[in-house]
Write a protein that binds this ligand. Sequence first.
Ligand code: ATP
Ligand code: MG
Length: 368
Amino acid sequence: MSKIILTGDRPTGRLHVGHYVGSLRRRVELQNSGEYEKIFIMIADAQALTDNADNPEKIRQNIIEVALDYLSCGLDPAKSTLFIQSQIQELAELSFYYMNLVTVSRLQRNPTVKSEIQQRNFETSIPVGFFTYPISQASDITAFKATTVPVGDDQLPMIEQCREIVRKFNAVYGETLVEPEALLPGNEACSRLPGTDGKAKMSKSLGNCIYLSDSADEVRNKIMSMFTDPNHLKITDPGSLEGNTVFTYLDAFCKPEHFERYLPEYADLDELKGHYQRGGLGDVKVKKFLNAIMQEELEPIRSRRKELEKQIPAIYEMLKKGCETARAEAAATMAEVKAAMRINYFDDAALIAEQARRYGNGTGTGEK
Ligand code: ATP
Ligand code: MG
């Protein structure tokens, strides 16, 4: 079976380093590996509207921001199809049918949706569209017959829900859809990068982000005021790594060669951690090291973005082409789905012939 990737992001803001380590960096590697037959990268504007219905302008303005971030990180339209969700009407159509295969109580059990509902203070006023977005995500994935979905671990319940829908659909209507697999980053720090405030997840909606497009000064300031160990007051105090954001970021970004370049007095991250835990290593030194590493990784992204910002109309043209390619793919799947569900009346000559026979058409006994 050919390997196909589908993944994407909500255009609710510019992309941050959580997106980068959780999914984006991996996508670029997979794209360049040549192992995937097709790669679809979706800007999920319809999904973003499920909790931003009253602010469509925010979504509209952020499409280009996400596209700029994609291209700056190395997603290449010659190798990956970049498209906008709302322009593919088949995705809404698929959702309409998948809704029949999912119960309300199953949606209520989805832990990510549960915590996002809490985070957004919806209480009892949950928009139905938001509540059902895992179903819409199943449509996005299955429309492209994706086998692989590179995501952060907050998305695991969505992939599981999608797999259930696929199994149910195939059991009821016959083998049609492909069951996808989530592809998590290799390392735990990358699966759910915390915010600079130490909160569980860096998230556009929580305002605790380092954005890929932040200037060098902004990145440095955010790192220098990052949450560490609140009990590590004096350099000589022993420090804790538990919940210490700076060390979690080092787990996500640091490579062995960084020590040679920026901190040669330590052999590796374990040695640095050991010294911090024993006492005698100050937060500022660790933060400066992290800053050097992150600037090195972010600088090329920033400078590519500056160039791309001069080409806005061309980027919209690229997205438009991507939408056309994606649309053709989703339409082909939709036709298979309709045939499997027996709602392809006009394409089914056998159905019409059989009913015509039953009513005696053409035999002289039917209608005149
Ligand atoms: P929003 O707050 O609007 O939901 P978000 O910051 O959570 O935005 P999404 O667009 O929902 O971002 O997520 C896009 C992708 O990035 C998903 O695959 C998600 O798993 C991944 N991702 C988001 N935040 C993180 C993070 N902090 N660490 C690792 N991966 C992340
Ligand atoms: Mg999210």
